[in-house]
Design a protein around this ligand. Structure first.
Ligand code: BMA
Length: 318
């Protein structure tokens, strides 16, 4: 398989839903500026999106929208589902970019989101059974940190968190371990930015890690700075199933990037920012993403083709 053939597969892997964008500010039951970067999960035989909604002060909160087919007839909660707790320093300026995962042991959903407070953006954890009431477990690792998700189960007795701290101005993807979801250690870099590539300036986790027979599929965003804008695109990597701190493969090319008018124009143009992934009963992977930081869109791929693609990607040697 030549690199041209693989690049062709990468280009054709994800197909945008023709009804995109699926959620916009105009549809909202109360006045807002924008809706984008949703966490996504299957819940009660529906697709549930926990959307980042920006109000007219520029602060964000989270609101649920549900749909049977994950594409149409979205039922949006009439009020914000999860508001920032303005009495805390941590959540002073809002809640952003949630990722959702089902914790197998706790039988609850874990939501990692960015709390935007005086100390800078920090990753916070909330737990829920029903997406109506949320137990807040607070900030996990000191700021500046974003783009985080828990793995759904323990490895060698410990929980694993994928996250994106800024260290010495560098924005790589890290993994930390914890026995109790409170104390974190054994921090290590999983994936680094790649100089001069599409993911050379910054990277961060996209949606929750997705378990496939070959390991954990990682969808991540990469940023390229140009004279005109910051291009936010999406690529893939594969982690070992039992030792997810080991990166097995990483794609050279991106698989989704700003092309359509709704991705190129908006509050922040040239952004595709994946935050939710759902495997549907038809064996398709639906990726939910913020388009230009003001609307929600979805792109779909055959899970078998995604697996074929990632196994064609170069192996990563440690
Ligand atoms: C990142 C995050 C996202 C946003 C993206 C593009 O740093 O803040 O919320 O979608 O930038 O503007």
């Amino acid at each position: 398989m030549s690199s041209f053939q693989r690049a062709k597969l990468a280009l054709e892997l994800f197909v945008r839903y023709e009804g995109n964008p699926i959620l916009t500010a105009e549809q909202w039951p109360y006045p807002i500026n924008s809706v984008f970067n949703p966490g996504a999960i299957r819940f009660n035989n529906q697709v549930l999106l926990l959307n980042r909604v920006e109000d007219l002060r520029g602060f964000s909160h989270l609101t649920v929208a549900r749909s049977g087919d994950g594409l149409t007839n979205w039922q949006i909660d009439p009020q914000p589902t999860m508001m920032a707790d303005n009495t805390t320093l941590e959540e002073r300026w809002g809640l952003e970019d949630p990722r959702i995962v089902w914790l197998e042991e706790q039988k609850q959903y874990a939501i990692t989101y960015v709390s935007f407070g005086a100390g800078g953006p920090v990753v916070s954890l909330a737990i829920t059974r029903n997406f109506r009431t949320f137990a807040r477990l607070g900030g996990l690792i000191p700021p500046e940190d974003k783009d985080a998700c828990l793995m759904p189960r323990r490895f060698n007795g410990r929980f694993a968190l994928i996250h994106r701290p800024i260290v010495r101005g560098e924005a790589h993807i890290w993994m930390g371990m914890s026995p109790d979801l409170k104390h974190w250690g054994d921090h290590r870099v999983l994936l680094k930015t790649r100089y001069a590539h599409w993911d050379g300036a910054r990277i961060g986790l996209g949606c929750q890690p997705i378990e496939i027979p070959e390991g954990w599929l990682i969808i991540y965003h990469g940023v390229r700075h140009t004279t005109a804008s910051h291009l936010y695109r999406t690529g893939m990597a594969l982690l070992d199933k039992n030792e997810p701190w080991r990166v097995l493969r990483r794609g050279d090319e991106w698989v989704l990037g700003p092309k359509t008018h709704y991705e190129r124009m908006g509050d922040v143009g040239d952004v595709t920012f994946v935050t939710g992934g759902v495997i549907m009963p038809n064996n398709k992977l639906y990726l939910y993403y913020g388009a230009a930081d003001d609307k929600v869109a979805v792109a779909m791929a055959d899970v078998d083709k995604v697996r074929e693609y990632i196994m064609m990607c170069p192996e990563v040697s440690e």
